[in-house]
Ligand binder design. Structure first.
Ligand SMILES: [Ca+2]
Length: 206
């Protein structure tokens, strides 16, 4: 696309082509380099981003309020046995790579089942992953997906546990989203505006 665009401009005049190329190079340089490493995208999204089937002496937000120096400020507790769920609206779609669950459980250890759902809609179908096994208080369940899963809504549903369902912390990690870049239409307007100015200059000289 870039090459064709330059060719189309070359018929106007040499200065226009050179200046347009400079503009295109500047716009394209605003594209981010390929980022490495995932970012935590589930924290500090505002209380309305977090919901749960029920809560007792806590809020769903307290499962997403961070870990500070290895300690958990707060935790979410459904105050009841399974089945219970907690959900985060990430506010935008991401390529999600990892979900970490910090366990709050009593009695411990015990057999539990937790399903991780990810969707770009508020409806969920098939779990992205199911943890089923012996879990214990203060343990961590960590799933890293072989391929990123595109989605905005992440729900953890606990279907089996002898404990009231609770999480010290839930973390969702994703690929950093690309920075907003000018759309082709914007680029065309910018360049055509410059060509228009060149045209005015030529008329004034004539
Ligand atoms: Ca917490």
């Amino acid at each position: 696309m870039l090459k064709n665009y330059s060719v189309a401009l070359s018929g106007r005049n040499l200065i226009g082509s050179i200046l347009s190329s400079v503009i295109i190079i500047c716009l394209f340089s605003s594209y981010p380099e390929t980022a490495s490493g995932n970012i935590l995208v589930s924290q500090n999204l505002g209380s309305s981003a977090y919901t749960a089937s029920r809560s007792e002496n806590s809020t769903p937000e307290e499962a997403f309020d961070g870990i500070f120096n290895g300690t958990f400020a707060n935790q979410w507790n459904a105050g009841w046995w399974p089945e219970q769920w907690i959900q985060v609206d990430l506010q935008q779609n991401y390529d999600i790579n990892e979900v970490k669950l910090y366990i709050e459980q009593s009695p411990s250890p015990a057999f539990t089942v937790h399903s991780v759902f990810i969707s770009d809609l508020t409806m969920f179908s098939i779990p992205a992953f199911v943890f089923a096994g012996t879990t214990e208080q203060a343990g961590i369940l960590d799933v890293r997906f072989a391929q990123p899963i595109y989605g905005r809504y992440v729900m953890i549903s606990t279907t089996v546990s002898p404990s009231w369902v609770a999480w010290r912390e839930v973390q969702v990690y994703a690929t950093p989203p690309p920075t907003t870049v000018p759309e082709p239409a914007t680029m065309f307007l910018l360049s055509s505006g410059l060509i228009g100015l060149l045209g005015v200059r030529r008329k004034l000289k004539a």
